[in-house]
Write a protein that binds this ligand. Sequence first.
Ligand SMILES: NC(=O)c1ccc[n+]([C@@H]2O[C@H](COP(=O)([O-])OP(=O)(O)OC[C@H]3O[C@@H](n4cnc5c(N)ncnc54)[C@H](O)[C@@H]3O)[C@@H](O)[C@H]2O)c1
Length: 324
Amino acid sequence: MTHKLNNLTVLGAGVLGGQIAWHSAFKGKNVVVYDLFDDSLQRCRVAHQQYAAIYQAELGATDAMIVETRARLTYCSDLAEAVGQADLVIEAVPEIPETKIQVYRQMAPLLPAHTLLATNSSTLLPAQFAEATGRPDQYCALHFANMIWSMNLAEVMAHADTADDTLRAITGFAIEIGMVPIPIQKEQNGYVLNTWLVPLLNAAQTLVTNGVSTPEYIDRTYMIANRGCALGPCGIMDVIGMKTCYDVMHYWGNESQDAQLLANAAYIKQHFVDAGKLGLQTGEGYYRYPDPAYQAPDFLAVPPMDAVEELVALVRPRGLAAAS
Ligand SMILES: NC(=O)c1ccc[n+]([C@@H]2O[C@H](COP(=O)([O-])OP(=O)(O)OC[C@H]3O[C@@H](n4cnc5c(N)ncnc54)[C@H](O)[C@@H]3O)[C@@H](O)[C@H]2O)c1
């Protein structure tokens, strides 16, 4: 092992940045969370209170472990201060290439020589940003899944100039914080996970955008067909966060000139992002939280006979007269 990565800085205090920061601190790393916006740092602090409760309930964390985790976390809106002691910086700013490039360029002169860099980008390639980092050999992708404490995988993807020592150290870091590293053998937009998840979510969104079915029935279908899973694609979009869903569909819709993807992005912007319904983290997206409908005990139950009229009303396209 060439580096021992004890001091982590996470760029972006949003949904995933906040999770990576909390989880790494829980696993013993010293963590600085950096964000350009103070209100994002404040939201991250609130999310960390919620994670403390989740880690106690689901992982058996003790009060002492939570106190120690908090003591290892610092929140910061000064980039130079945030990265000055970092052994590893994980970038989790929005899925917008210009934003990522701007952050890398701004950070490059501020980093200690030994610092390694990784992007948590969901669908972009490290090759797109390697030059902007100013240290391509010390840079790769390390992609985490949402709900890092239970979906403990970390996809490791190099670009052509990533050094083997960088991959060794970053893979070692992933193991130290309890992840199962998933080696990606060549650059691929979406790694393994998002190569299927993004098309699944886009397909579900297409059904909603085009008025084919409702979010609840789309999720019911998925959850019955995949018995035992905790939520369906519309619920997953809430967990990911509507802003990131929008960023991904908008970017790839433009890249591929895909009219349906762009229509899906527009739908999400109009109904959720512009309405401040950003998903689980803000308490409302497709579902209302806590206690979303898909967690109700009868969500997958066979309906009672008196539900027939309601169901027929959903089958019959609005505005068409029913044949008797
Ligand atoms: N949400 C997920 O489920 C998920 C899963 C895996 C990977 N990712 C990836 O992680 C990255 C972040 O996604 P997210 O869902 O956490 O987004 P988010 O919108 O929740 O958070 C992004 C954060 O970056 C901050 N930010 C914006 N511009 C900035 C700048 N110039 N400098 C510093 N901070 C800035 C915002 O204030 C916000 O707090 C994206 O690349 C996304 O693809 C997301």
